[in-house]
Design a protein around this ligand. Structure first.
Ligand code: HXC
Length: 515
C-alpha cells in the first residue's frame, strides 16, 4: 500500500472507531436529553481545540464471548484541548459503548490522561457516564478503579480536578468524583449511588427511584457530594467555564488576573445590605456583592448547608475565596454540614494559593442533641483545623455577631488571620446578651421584685459592656473598626499588602485533620 492507500485505510479505521455504540444507542442517549461523549467534549472546550488520543485502543476482555466483541475506543474518549485558552486534559465515558462500563483498557486510557495532566500540571476534567465496573472483566475492572483513585489522590492539591456526572455513576465508580475538587450535576441526567434501587429493594425492601436516590438535587441539596446543579448539559458546561475562570491551573501558578472593576453600587448598596435591627436576618451575598469586583460572586454548593456561603470572587482583578456566615438560614450557625462545607473549601483555597476573605455573623455552633450525636465536635473542629493550617493571606470582617466558638472558628487572629476588621455594628462576646444575662445575673433576676424588668436591665447592661467591637479592639484582637463604606478599600489594601506572605510551618509529613 502506498501512502494514499494507507491514508484511506486510516480514515476507514477512524470512521469505524468514531462510530461509538452505533445509531440506535446514540438515539437512546439523545432521547433523554444527553449529548454523546464526543459532542460533550466539543461543546465544553474551545472550538477546534480538542485532540483525541488512543482512539484505536481495544478492550482486553476474554470471558463471556467478549473476545468476539469490538468496543470502539473501549467506551471512553480521552484527549487534550483548551478551555478559555488554557490547556487541559479531559476524558468522557461513552455510554453508547457497553454502557460506558470500565474495563482494564478503558481504565488505562483514563489513567494515561491523568498521568499527563499531573506531569504537565494542567487541570483534569472527567465526564462520567457509566454503568460502573465492566462485569465481564471481573477483578481487572476493580484494579482499574483502584488505579484511578490512587491518581485522584496523588493529584489532589496539585492540579484542579473536575468531575461532571452526566449519566449513571454507580457502585465504586462514585469514589473518583468524590476524591476530586468539584462535582457538577444535571437534573434528570445525573444518577449517582453506591447501590442502586434494585439492590436496595432486594436487601432492605425499600422502594426508591434512581432520581430520588442519587439525582442531581439530592447530591446538591442533601448529601453535599456535588457542588453545582444545572438543568441542562449546556448550562452545566457554562458553569464549568465560569469556575475555571476563577481558579489557578495548578498549585504553582496564580489564577488569571482580570481587569479591576468596581462593584455594581447602584444595585448592591453597602448601607442597605445589612438591616439596622440586629435581630433581623439579611442575605450576606448582598454584602459580598457590594464589596467585590463587578459584584461577581460564583457561589459553590449553593443548595447545601445554606447557613454558610462559599465561593469565588475577585478583588482588584485577582481571585479570592469567600467564606461567609449566612444569617438568612439558621442565623448563620456552624453545624455539621456547614463545617464540612467551609473546611473543605478553605483547604482548596489554601492548596491553590487563593487568599481567603471571611465574613462573620454567627451566634456560634448549633446546639442540640441531633448535632452533638452527629459529631458536631469532630466536624466543627475541621473549620478550626482548616483555618489554622491555611497559610494563604487571611482577611476577616466581622459585620455583626461573633459569639463564642464561632468567633474563634471564623478565622480570628487566634487562628492567624492576617487582618481582622469589624464594623461598628459588630458584637464580640462569649455568648448572646440574653443567654449571658440569664446566667451571670441569675440571682439578681430571680430575687428582684420585677424579675422581667430586672432581666431587661441586665441584658441592656451586658450589651453596653460587651455587645460591641471595642472590647476586642482594646486587646488588639480587632485591627480596625471601620465604616461599612470603607470596606472595599481596606480589604483591597489588606490583600495587596499580604501578596508576598510566606509562612514557615513545623516540619511534618502531614497533619491529622479530624476527617
Ligand atoms: C458491563 C454493562 C454494565 C456493566 C451496563 N452495561 N452496565 N456492561 N458491565 N457494569 C451494558 C448493558 O449490558 C447494555 O449492554 C448497555 O451497557 C446499556 O445498559 P442498559 O442496562 O441497557 O441501559 P439502561 O437501561 O439505561 O440502564 C443503565 C444502568 C444499568 C442503570 C447503568 O445498565 C445498570 O444498572 N448497570 C449496572 C450498574 C451497576 O450495578 N454497576 C456496579 C457494578 S460494580 P447492551 O450490550 O445490551 O447494549 C462496581 C464496583 C466498582 O462498579 C468498585 C470499584 C471500587
Amino acid at each position: 500500500m502506498g501512502i494514499k492507500e494507507k491514508s484511506i485505510d486510516l480514515k476507514k479505521r477512524m470512521k469505524n472507531a468514531l462510530s461509538g455504540g452505533g445509531e440506535k444507542a446514540i438515539e437512546k442517549q439523545k432521547a433523554i436529553g444527553k449529548l454523546t461523549a464526543r459532542e460533550r467534549i466539543i461543546a465544553l472546550l474551545d472550538p477546534k481545540s480538542f485532540y483525541e488520543y488512543d482512539l484505536f485502543v481495544e478492550h482486553a476482555g476474554k470471558d463471556f464471548d467478549m473476545d468476539k466483541k469490538y468496543l470502539p475506543g473501549d467506551g471512553v474518549i480521552t484527549g487534550t484541548g483548551t478551555l478559555s485558552g488554557h490547556p487541559i486534559c479531559i476524558y468522557a465515558q461513552d455510554f453508547t459503548v457497553a454502557g460506558g462500563s470500565l474495563g482494564w483498557m478503558h481504565a488505562k486510557k483514563i489513567t494515561k490522561i491523568m498521568d499527563h495532566a499531573l506531569k504537565l500540571k494542567v487541570p483534569l476534567i472527567g465526564i462520567n457516564d457509566s454503568g460502573g465496573a465492566r462485569i465481564q472483566e471481573g477483578v481487572n475492572s476493580l484494579a482499574g478503579y483502584g488505579e484511578i483513585f490512587f491518581r485522584n489522590t496523588l493529584a489532589s492539591g496539585v492540579i484542579p480536578q473536575i468531575s461532571v456526572i452526566l449519566g449513571p455513576c454507580a457502585g465504586g465508580a462514585v469514589y473518583s468524583p468524590a476524591l476530586t475538587d468539584f462535582v457538577f450535576t444535571v437534573e434528570k441526567i445525573t444518577k449517582m449511588f453506591i447501590t442502586g434501587p434494585e439492590v436496595i429493594k432486594t436487601v432492605l425492601g425499600e422502594e426508591i427511584s434512581m432520581e430520588a436516590l442519587g439525582g442531581a438535587k439530592v447530591h446538591c441539596e442533601t448529601t453535599g457530594v456535588a457542588h453545582f446543579y444545572a438543568e441542562s448539559e449546556e448550562e452545566c458546561f457554562n458553569q464549568i467555564k465560569q469556575l475555571v475562570s476563577f481558579i489557578p491551573w495548578n498549585n504553582i501558578n496564580k489564577a488569571e488576573k482580570f481587569p479591576k472593576k468596581s462593584p455594581k453600587t447602584k444595585r448592591y448598596k453597602m448601607e442597605e445590605a445589612m438591616p439596622a435591627d440586629p435581630k433581623q436576618p439579611y442575605d450576606v451575598r448582598n454584602v459580598i456583592k457590594a464589596i467585590v469586583d463587578d459584584s461577581d460572586f460564583l457561589e459553590i454548593q449553593e443548595l447545601f448547608a445554606k447557613n454558610i456561603v462559599i465561593g469565588f470572587s475577585r478583588i482588584n482583578g485577582e481571585t479570592i475565596g469567600i467564606v461567609a456566615n449566612q444569617p438568612l438560614y439558621l442565623a448563620g450557625v456552624l453545624d455539621v454540614d456547614s463545617s464540612n462545607k467551609a473546611a473543605r473549601f478553605i483547604r482548596y483555597c489554601d492548596a491553590f494559593n487563593i487568599p481567603l476573605f471571611t465574613l462573620v455573623d454567627l451566634p456560634g455552633y448549633l446546639p442540640g442533641v441531633d448535632q452533638e450525636h452527629a459529631g458536631v465536635i469532630r466536624h466543627g473542629a475541621k473549620v478550626l483545623y482548616a483555618y489554622s493550617e491555611a497559610t494563604v493571606p487571611k482577611i476577616t470582617l466581622i459585620t455583626r455577631k461573633a459569639y463564642g466558638g464561632g468567633y474563634i472558628a471564623m478565622c480570628s487572629h487566634h487562628l492567624r488571620a492576617d487582618f481582622v476588621f469589624a464594623w461598628p455594628t459588630a458584637e464580640i462576646a462569649v455568648m448572646g446578651p440574653e443567654g449571658a444575662a440569664n446566667i451571670i445575673f441569675r440571682k439578681e433576676i430571680t430575687t428582684a421584685k420585677d424579675p422581667e424588668e430586672m432581666r431587661k436591665q441586665k441584658v441592656k447592661e451586658y450589651k453596653e459592656k460587651f455587645a460591641n467591637p471595642y472590647v476586642a479592639a482594646a486587646y488588639g484582637y480587632i485591627d480596625a473598626v471601620i465604616e461599612p463604606n470603607e470596606t472595599r478599600k481596606i480589604i483591597m489594601h489588606a490583600l495587596d499588602i499580604s501578596k508576598e506572605k510566606k509562612v514557615q510551618t513545623p516540619m511534618k509529613k502531614h497533619g491529622i485533620p479530624p476527617f
